[in-house]
Write a protein that binds this ligand. Sequence first.
Ligand code: NAP
Length: 353
Amino acid sequence: MALKATVVGVGMVGEQIISILRERGFPIEWPPIVCATRERTEMLDGEEFYVKKTDESCFKGRDIVFFAGKEGARGASVQWGEIAQEAGAVCIDNGSDFRLDPTIPLVVPEVNPEAVTSKSRFIASPNCSTIQLVMVLHPLHQAARIRRVVVSTYQSVSGWGVRAYEDLLNQMPQALKSVNKVSFDPTVFSSSMAFNCLPHIDKFTPDGYTKEEMKMVLETQKIIGDESINISPTAVRVPVLVGHGESINIETENELSASQAQKVLSAAHGILVMDELNKDNPRHDPLERTCPVPLDIRKPEYQDLVLVGRIREDSTLKNGLNLWCVADNLRKGAALNVVQIGELLIKKGIIRP
Ligand SMILES: NC(=O)c1ccc[n+]([C@@H]2O[C@H](COP(=O)([O-])OP(=O)(O)OC[C@H]3O[C@@H](n4cnc5c(N)ncnc54)[C@H](OP(=O)(O)O)[C@@H]3O)[C@@H](O)[C@H]2O)c1
């Protein structure tokens, strides 16, 4: 028997959840109920959906609810999470509201599937920049124990949501005429994004970091289950539509050479290492190596992976490594991860089709 599913939120992530549920043959009655802040019909992943205004009827008799709404007191999972659980559904949330609640599992299925138990009724999915970070750090931590990480992100505008994506598309033609005369929505970002970079993602904290940066610290420690890993983050928005990059510097307790790290990462599920000699290049560089870029994740063969390159030893540290990784923030960074959590729930017999 097929499961009954509801998707709350039909923005950048909600549409991807619908697409991935179909693509992976997730065993649900089709179509799922989809709901948002107002009723309408909308084309989602090439199919016309009746989008309901979210109310209690969206959760009655449902087995699984995917939350992809916004955060905060008026956000989707804060408003509807308990109601969905009381109606009998297991909930999986993309938002940040409950991620650090010690009673709620925060899960990346390749990293900590054991966090999901038969008692789990509400499961949080990490922030997009955290997911690709822990996918890379976890196998290296198992191999050589990580002490300290310095991470700088290069995050696409879709990480904010559909309004930021559309705003950048509107800014581009204006910027081609005059880069300093671009109108933008100041309620989204504090600067225009066309031909620009902005080291400001989410709200500031009293110590000068941003919430996005602190998510990477606290969520990573919770998922890996080790608060002794020191993480020093800088989160930067770049004028890319989809796909986040991260430059990661890692200090380990035990020695791990670049080639050993390459082997460890190549063996890890969900990771593809792209770091080979690329001799015959038109730039006449005999030492040139391949490396992943955000546009790579638009290729179907790479879209669900965390791509890793530029793996090299840090000559300024005793046991130090530098590397670069790229992933689709809407898929592995959000929608794919929650569907994989749904698959884990089925595998563990917590929900039964
Ligand atoms: N974008 C990413 O890369 C990414 C990655 C990881 C996690 N996340 C998280 O995933 C969630 C969705 O992000 P997004 O990028 O898809 O945002 P988005 O494009 O702005 O879409 C948000 C959707 O949620 C709906 N919504 C907002 N508040 C709601 C409420 N109280 N009840 C029901 N529906 C509500 C909106 O409804 P209307 O359409 O009616 O306005 C809209 O459809 C956020 O919590 C975000 O932090 C996003």
